[in-house]
Design a protein around this ligand. Sequence first.
Ligand code: GDP
Length: 442
Amino acid sequence: MVFEGLADKLQNALSKLKSKGKVTEQDLKEVMREVKLALLEADVNFKVVKDFIKTIKERAIGSEVMESLTPGQQIIKIVNEELTTLMGTSQSKLTFSSNPPTVYMLVGLQGVGKTTTAGKLGGYLKKNGKKPLLVAGDVYRPAAIKQLQVVGKQLDIPVFNMGDKVNPVNIAKAGVEHAIKHGNDIVILDTAGRLHIDENLMDELEGIKKEVRPQEIILVVDAMTGQDAVNVAENFNAKLGIDGIILTKLDGDTRGGAALSVRSVTQKPIKFAGMGEKLSDLEPFHPDRMASRILGMGDVLSLIEKAQANFDEKKAMELEKRIKSQEFSFEDFLDQLQQMKSMGPMNQILEMIPGVNSKQLKNLDIDDKELVHIEAIIQSMTPAERRNPSIINGSRRKRIAKGSGTSVQKINSLLKQFAQTKKMMKQFSDMEKNMKKGGKMK
Ligand code: GDP
């Protein structure tokens, strides 16, 4: 999941505050020490961590927080707010040129996911009613042009290329002219990367920048590379000037350092996050939602948006209602499973549900292949059993196991998981209510 180790440790540290009626300065100091270690281990820039901890301590001590009725929850709220600020406060959207085509120039080192991201971005903009053109400007990596063509074909987006013998500056210029001639209002320019930043690369990018005057230069960085990603961003920004960042591979077991420091170090916004290898795996980056996910508070808004993108509005509304209500039956569960299958890997979906923290997610251990079994099991239950699982006794379990071609053991574990999920939803909803109350106490 996103930031698994970090999320575990932060949630663990903060959980010590949650239930406390009284928090002393010593308590706060101890918890903040753990938070600090967690951030450093997640490869967050040292200076960023130092400032972050300092701000939280200042906000928590010497205000009404410690004396309030729910000091622990107030502190968690502050941590949430500061994490959000660290990642940029609010969503930073793409800007468009008043004189189309709008040119986005994607830059970054080799292997970070630039070509894939060019396609993803094209797909995203196409879904939003734009007519993008992909321009193959990476003439050094042998397979890059072909790769972009394949991506374009999959998305039904045109790809402009001039082979690998032409100067990239000329390709960029010709690409923009091609877009004007063919009515494309967006140009996404894939440029060459290198293994490391070097002068030649920067000169070449500078040349393209001068020639086509992109609306935005977007740096693509690989979140898996942690501090390196931040150094690269700092360098690109100093030498070329960037307008925004796309973080890729946030779906892997990244430690999270890049996401938490890159904004603060460069002062440039993270605009999107790559969440997988599929061309649909690109999400607008919302700092507030990401902070909530890291703290195990879920991200219902992204979940709903994902649902809306994948099925019709009515179904999405139903999903929202079901997630919020605690009357959650196996029937809902089955219905959701079937709908969610189109939304991506189960773990990514589950971590957006409030109350499902990383530890619980591990305990649930839901594997996508398992979903087929779960579906079969639920389908073998009677409607009454689905609504009221407590009636599923030993003989019913045997019958369901036989009907679904699984084992009694599997039925037992699903029933247990289901009960846990329900309990978690209840816990969160209680916590959310308390936090709302706490928030008003200020
Ligand atoms: P480029 O050299 O920067 O153009 O990189 P590519 O677009 O060829 O991507 C390099 C590798 O990273 C490919 O195997 C991609 O599938 C993979 N990749 C790109 N974005 C993501 C992402 O968001 N998540 C994951 N897991 N893999 C990604």
